[in-house]
Design a protein around this ligand. Sequence first.
Ligand SMILES: *[C@@H]1O[C@H](CO)[C@@H](O)[C@H](O)[C@H]1NC(C)=O
Ligand SMILES: *[C@@H]1O[C@H](CO)[C@@H](O)[C@H](O)[C@H]1NC(C)=O
Ligand SMILES: *[C@@H]1O[C@H](CO)[C@@H](O)[C@H](O)[C@H]1NC(C)=O
Ligand SMILES: *[C@@H]1O[C@H](CO)[C@@H](O)[C@H](O)[C@H]1NC(C)=O
Length: 294
Amino acid sequence: MTRHWLHGATLLLFTIPPVAWAWWDNGHMLTAEIARQQLTKSQVAVINGLLEEWSDDFPGLCDLVTAAVWPDQLKCANHGAVCPRAVMENIHIFDPWHFDEKPYNPQNLTLPHCADQWLPNPSASFTLTSAITSMGTSNSRFAFNFMLRWVIHLVGDIHQPLHSADGYFDDARLGHLPQGDRGGNLIPVISDCGANNLHFYWDSAACQYLVNWSPHYQDHREALTQNASDLITKYPPSSFGTRYDPEHLKACWTQLQNKSKPSGVFDICQQVFVRWVNDTFDTGVPGVPGRTTK
Ligand SMILES: *[C@@H]1O[C@H](CO)[C@@H](O)[C@H](O)[C@H]1NC(C)=O
Ligand SMILES: *[C@@H]1O[C@H](CO)[C@@H](O)[C@H](O)[C@H]1NC(C)=O
Ligand SMILES: *[C@@H]1O[C@H](CO)[C@@H](O)[C@H](O)[C@H]1NC(C)=O
Ligand SMILES: *[C@@H]1O[C@H](CO)[C@@H](O)[C@H](O)[C@H]1NC(C)=O
């Protein structure tokens, strides 16, 4: 099976403009729905055809929109609103793939050893780089299916500011957190929607997007479609100005296709995703409610 059938669609998927939003399942599906609306019908059909190949194992998680929550379903250990499946995967080896821990240190605290080396393997930006590398070099439908699910999910995650930042604080307001706040997970908050820490509060976009994936999510499909088109209208690609340049990803892709296998391709591609993480950090972090800003 040639891999070229997916390439146009993959590149287009990466043209989702960065939005400083945050996600439970609702947010993830909204991000994917925004991508879906910018692809052609035939591109969506190719992607859905691939994702459907796993429908025996992951029913209801096998189209462009619902596959966005698949990486979170892998973490499920107990039944609940976010974990409705009969079978719990309870797989945690991928947990560090969901974020980059870029330090936010407004008080200039002495950071723990290596805190400034925030681009390790594993991280979200590393996984996105691995994904594009696989898609640019592999013929395996398994690799495409697996990696595409991660791409759809992580493009959402890295635009949640607290998936792209780790705060260090030592004050009465935010707490004694010299080892970092684990992306806001260690900062308690009280909210109307039950989000009890700053990370969850942002995952719900401040209690705005609360629908969790379930086999009945079709009930919310119309609202999701409408919300996605409203966001595209409100924030058209042009509104991002120089913050997003599709040429960067194209340059990575061109080198992945280069038969002479130039060295440094991984770095070229990784810079693309680190730029997106930096953009979220620069745009989102100063505005996170509860954070000290200068
Ligand atoms: C932290 O350091 C930066 C750069 O040196 C400085 O601009 C800022 O005022 C310092 N902040 C505090 C709280 O000391
Ligand atoms: C659509 O957006 C509205 C307003 O933000 C929100 O209340 C609703 O839950 C959203 N629904 C979905 C499915 O995104
Ligand atoms: C492919 O890689 C080779 C070796 O690094 C380089 O000389 C050449 O310019 C590359 N081709 C393209 C189209 O970038
Ligand atoms: C990301 O931001 C860091 C500083 O926080 C900077 O050193 C690095 O060059 C940036 N990377 C890219 C690709 O923009």
